[in-house]
Design a protein around this ligand. Structure first.
Ligand SMILES: CC(C)(COP(=O)(O)OP(=O)(O)OC[C@H]1O[C@@H](n2cnc3c(N)ncnc32)[C@H](O)[C@@H]1OP(=O)(O)O)[C@@H](O)C(=O)NCCC(=O)NCCS
Length: 145
């Protein structure tokens, strides 16, 4: 597992396109390039596990809370504990940053992600109507560190 580098841009854009629909808040090329170059406001991990590419974007905000912006694992390499490892690594980073609460949003019908977050101690805090577009609600999540 390592910090993503600017040279990973094309791989990460392709991964996002494979993992998310346009309505799910994909990062575009400009945003991802900015994030890759800005370790102070966001953190990305790209791991390669036997060819898998995965991504986690976490921001440490300005206070004692942090936010998970994106999480994706190459479809060919799912169900091997990679997302769990990425999130565990982000918790360690958040703690180093003095973050006390992590927030995230997930699409209501994304059962895999909701189960993943629940298994890691996230609590659901209410719904966000139309958060992912008309008729596509989200769920707010938080976890104390
Ligand atoms: C959600 C996602 C990141 C999970 O990645 P992964 O590496 O396969 O997940 P892990 O192998 O670490 O699984 C950890 C836990 O997540 C849950 N989980 C993962 N995939 C699941 C599935 N298909 N169905 C139900 N639960 C699932 C389980 O609780 C699992 O623990 P278990 O194996 O002990 O039951 C991956 O499916 C993905 O990239 N999906 C598309 C993008 C996305 O939805 N991102 C999240 C947006 S917030």
């Amino acid at each position: 597992m390592r910090q993503a580098r600017p040279a990973d841009l094309e791989d990460l854009l392709a991964l996002e396109a494979r993992c998310f629909a346009q309505t799910e808040g994909l990062f575009n090329r400009r945003q991802l390039r900015y994030l890759l170059a800005s370790p102070h406001c966001a953190w990305l991990i790209s791991g390669r596990f036997e060819g898998a590419i995965c991504l986690l974007v976490a921001g440490n905000g300005r206070g004692r809370w942090g936010r998970l912006y994106s999480l994706a694992v190459d479809p060919a390499h799912r169900n091997q504990g990679i997302a769990r490892r990425l999130l565990d690594a982000s918790f360690a980073w958040f703690r180093e940053q003095g973050v006390a609460v992590v927030r995230a949003e997930v699409k209501s019908d994304n059962r895999a992600a909701r189960r993943l977050y629940a298994s890691l101690g996230f609590e659901e805090q209410g719904t966000l109507p139309d958060y992912y577009g008309s008729g596509h609600p989200g769920v707010k999540l938080y976890r104390r560190l």
